[in-house]
Design a protein around this ligand. Sequence first.
Ligand SMILES: Cc1cc2nc3c(=O)[nH]c(=O)nc-3n(C[C@H](O)[C@H](O)[C@H](O)COP(=O)(O)OP(=O)(O)OC[C@H]3O[C@@H](n4cnc5c(N)ncnc54)[C@H](O)[C@@H]3O)c2cc1C
Length: 471
Amino acid sequence: MIRTDVIVIGAGLLGCFTARNLMRYPLDVLVLEQEADVCRGISKANTGIIYPGYDQKPGSEKGKLCVQANEAFDRLCQELDVPFVRPGSLMVGYGPQADRRIRRKFDDGAAGGVKGLRLLCGAEAEEMEPALGHGVTSALYAPGTGTLDPWELCIAAYENARANGAAFRFHSRVERIRRLADGFEVETEDETYRAAVVINAAGLSSDRVRELVEQPRLRLYPTAADYVVLDRGVSGAPRHIVFHEGEDGKGLTLVPTIDGNLLLGPTTRDQSEEEQTAMDMRVDADGLAWLAALCRQVAPGLDLSAQIRTFGSMRPNPFYVTEKDGVILREEKSLKDFKLLEEDGLFSLIGIKTPGLTFSNELGKLVAKKAAERTGRTALRADFDPVRTGIVRARDLSEEDWAARIMQNPAYGDVICACMTVTRAEIEQAIRRGAADYEGVRRRTGIGMGRCQGSRCRRRVLDILGGKPRD
Ligand SMILES: Cc1cc2nc3c(=O)[nH]c(=O)nc-3n(C[C@H](O)[C@H](O)[C@H](O)COP(=O)(O)OP(=O)(O)OC[C@H]3O[C@@H](n4cnc5c(N)ncnc54)[C@H](O)[C@@H]3O)c2cc1C
């Protein structure tokens, strides 16, 4: 039996940021994750946008968190050494209904304190963003919209939580939770743990994890999403993040990513039966065709033949449910706001959809504070260190700096991935920092993310993983 103060279930963005912020308090914290590494759930497959907050109801908890988080993002990324840019966004409409919705978002954003918003006419938007096709009827410009690599942020939060003392156990699926007089007993296949507080950040399974101790109240009914990634330097790409607001409300998002690719997506569609049972993240050919058709309207000059990758995701849509004669009945409407349920020391983060990436640190802070209050240990640690340093990437170095690195560590001269310029030194550091498999190395270094998608370098990475990294 292992005792700790707080157990966090799930090592996605929310679990890792909750753990990071819990370490501001004098608490023993253990994170249990069923997979081999962090960031293997929803956090691995999203649009990577740091939203300004005009999409949320002004004054709502979600809206306030988002605006606050967006403003604090540069500082967060400096602390965690995560590359982050703010290309700004244009939400573009093509008709009267879209124009009305864009106007409403402008009003909501202004009321919610989003800075720098501007309403533009179609001609102004087309002038600001030459990649747009003609026919834009109005647009909302938000200079504060940003983008980053969500994996890198999640990994940084994990490393910083660990450096401050949080423990992580992988391959540890929580299967049973029992409420005790003074806390909880939590069981995985191999171990039993005791803690005063349990934080359920289990993403798509957060409803079922909660039901290990509580009656059904909220259930997730996921819908699927498809994405396409275009190669770096693709012609016809926008400089801004572009949200296309269709007349029916459904639209396309184009994101010039931090690595120079262009991300298109996401679609919204019901899951296939296979996806429902596998909770897998696949792509759907109709969804991809829909994206391509919208692209031809929004950014007609875009070279769609430069596609290098597709991926799928799942949205954890929460619905209230009631149980009648053993049957779960779902209410009509999905909850718009997220739910942080607090039930006698069990905190459940259920249905945290967009903008969960944007406010992951802020929400983590909020949950950590509540958990600390529950344990009565609210004095802040003087030795908490919010700073983490990332892996130095050869592709970000000047020629002189790269040469100097090679002098210190010759593995910086051994380029394993030519598409993304990733060296053996970076792969070895990724392994030392916790990458247990190819996927973990890929997420920490960007290897295999270029044009060849790993077909030329995967073998060598597996060889390095199989042997011990050389110093
Ligand atoms: C399609 C899509 C696009 C999005 N785009 C954006 C965006 O651009 N900007 C933005 O701000 N937000 C965006 N979001 C929202 C954001 O991605 C999520 O809010 C966030 O990733 C949720 O993280 P999480 O930690 O709750 O879940 P996850 O990342 O799914 O983490 C949950 C973890 O719990 C683990 N787990 C589950 N059950 C157990 C168990 N029994 N025992 C142990 N471990 C368990 C899982 O393996 C997983 O690792 C998007 C979401 C979606 C779906």
